[in-house]
Write a protein that binds this ligand. Structure first.
Ligand code: PRP
Ligand code: GLN
Ligand code: SF4
Ligand code: MG
Length: 490
């Protein structure tokens, strides 16, 4: 996969963000605001499609929202007239990082134009694509999202809405979608509601967004979440709700609360802010994994709320012992290997006076490959820390995500390949502990995880809530290749 950031190529990636507005003049400008608030979910590319009653208009580009839809580039927004629009910020999960995969994707169907913006990942997209291509579909992109367009186009139903629903019934995996058609806007969530989507109003205008922070920034009021398995059709300012799928117990992504969502968004299924949930996770971690220390230090930014919770619960003072630069990364020239090795210092640096001579508890939200923890523990020691205890605000990440988060393959996940002791050695900490799975659910206000958990937690538990057709096909192909190799060698 192509990456845009020379220093961040070994991380758990963000996902995507979507935003739609209907029933408001200049809808595209509102979408640009909303996308800006969702920028943390995807920094590779951004796009908006509007409909002015006669024509569809699209502008898509690589890069940040502010680069593409900025004050200096007002022309870009003026070229997107109309009272309905949808937009997307992308972090690729299927299909390369290239303009042809930047969303919203658009096609002219027999019922007219159809624009689609997708957060999630379709776990049988490859299988569907092979079938569609074999029977004549010509794909314009390598994105999983395009399969929905082809399935819609080829459905035998006679109205666009029913064709679209027919298509969704054939896809597996995770999808929160916002579409613009000649009739208005359609928004929906997959039957398990794996990826988030909320509904708001700005006056009479209808807004949908991945997270409530985007409603705040667009001056809209939060109404409710779009329910798992719900599809809404928006015509102007009118909303019609549909339930096209048989009801199932929802499984929203628990990692949204650990890491992805902005802390000022609402954790809808927990009835609190994401910030409050993260603090509760930190407090729970302090109860489960206490340690004698002088100060609690977050790995900024995402470890900060959990560190505040840990400090408050343990009574150990909270200090900013690591300062993060917000200016590194994307536009930085390609470094030499030597500079790349030093790269972490560009992002994080020790606050020496705070750290020197102290026993410290470091709090981060997750360990993926272990790169960050390894470097930061060393950084604390170099700055004079006498003991470094690492505490992680999620259970060990042992499995990849197939639902819209670009995680490294299992072989590269530290916790999938090492015991707790080996991980502690690897990051060179004096001690290491993760919050328990039950502890994580307790922080969400539940008694324990239980047999039928309320959330998707597959990256920790390995229990994927949907079938993973493409992954199964890949494993079968690998096994066959191995068998052939063995036979050839014999
Ligand atoms: O074990 P690793 O492979 O290093 O990955 C884990 C780290 O990645 C994420 O931070 P990241 O630096 O990506 O983003 P953030 O600044 O939003 O915390 C996460 O918060 C951990 O700090
Ligand atoms: N991270 C996402 O939600 C990505 C959406 C879609 N699967 C893509 O790759 O464009
Ligand atoms: S596997 Fe993990 S990151 Fe992916 S949807 Fe499930 S909980 Fe979220
Ligand atoms: Mg981090």
């Amino acid at each position: 996969m192509l990456t845009t950031n020379p220093f961040d190529d070994d991380k758990l990636r963000e996902e995507c963000g979507i935003f739609g507005a209907s029933g408001v003049d200049g809808a595209a400008a509102l979408v640009a605001l909303g996308l800006h608030a969702l920028q943390h979910r995807g920094q590779e590319a951004a796009g908006i499609t509007s409909f002015d009653g006669d024509h569809f208009h699209t502008h898509r580009a690589m890069g940040l929202v502010g680069e593409t839809f900025s004050q200096q580039n007002e022309e870009a927004i003026r070229a997107l007239p109309g009272s309905v629009a949808c937009g997307h910020v992308r972090y690729a999960t299927t299909g390369e990082t290239a303009l042809r995969n930047v969303q919203p994707l658009f096609a002219e169907l027999s019922e007219g134009g159809f624009a689609i913006a997708h957060n999630g990942n379709i776990s049988n997209a490859l299988r569907l694509r092979q079938e569609l291509v074999r029977t004549g579909s010509i794909f314009q992109s390598t994105s999983d999202t395009e399969t929905i367009i082809h399935l819609t186009a080829r459905s035998n139903y006679d109205q666009l809405l029913y064709k679209f629903i027919d298509a969704l019934k054939r896809v597996e995996g995770a999808y929160s979608l916002v579409c613009v058609t000649r009739e208005g806007m359609i928004a929906c969530r997959d039957p398990l509601g794996i990826r988030p989507l909320v509904l708001g109003r700005r006056g009479d205008a209808v807004i949908v967004a991945s997270e409530t922070v985007a409603l705040d920034v667009a001056g809209a009021e939060f109404i409710r979440e779009i329910e798992p398995g719900e599809l809404i059709v928006v015509k102007g300012t009118e909303i019609e709700s549909h339930r096209p799928f048989p009801p199932r117990a929802p499984r929203p992504c628990i990692f949204e609360y650990v890491y992805f969502s902005r802390p000022d968004s609402r954790a809808v299924s927990a009835g609190r802010s994401v910030y409050a949930v993260r603090k509760a996770i930190g407090a729970q971690l302090a109860m489960e994994a206490p340690v004698e220390a002088d100060i609690v230090i977050p790995v900024p930014d995402s470890g900060t709320p959990a560190a505040i919770g840990y400090a408050q619960e343990s009574g150990i003072p909270f200090e900013l012992g690591i300062i993060r630069s917000h200016y590194m990364g994307r536009t930085f020239i390609q470094p030499t290997d030597e500079i790349r090795h030093e790269g972490v210092r560009l992002k994080h640096n020790a606050n020496r006076d705070i750290v020197a001579g102290k026993r410290i508890v470091l709090i981060d939200d997750s360990i993926v490959r272990g790169t960050t923890s390894h470097k930061i523990v060393q950084m604390m020691r170099d700055a004079g820390a006498t003991e470094v205890h690492m505490r992680i605000a999620s259970p060990p990440t042992k499995n990849p995500c197939f639902y819209g988060v670009d995680t490294p393959e299992k072989a590269k996940l530290l916790a999938a390949n090492k015991s707790l002791e080996q991980m502690t050695d690897h990051i060179k900490a004096d001690s290491l502990a993760f919050i328990s799975m039950d502890g994580l659910y307790k922080a969400l206000g539940e008694a324990a995880r239980g047999e039928e958990p309320s959330h998707c937690d597959a990256c920790f538990s390995g229990e994927y809530p949907t079938t993973l057709t493409d992954q199964r096909d890949r494993e079968t192909a690998d096994q066959l290749a191995l068998l052939e190799e063995t036979e050839a060698a014999e």
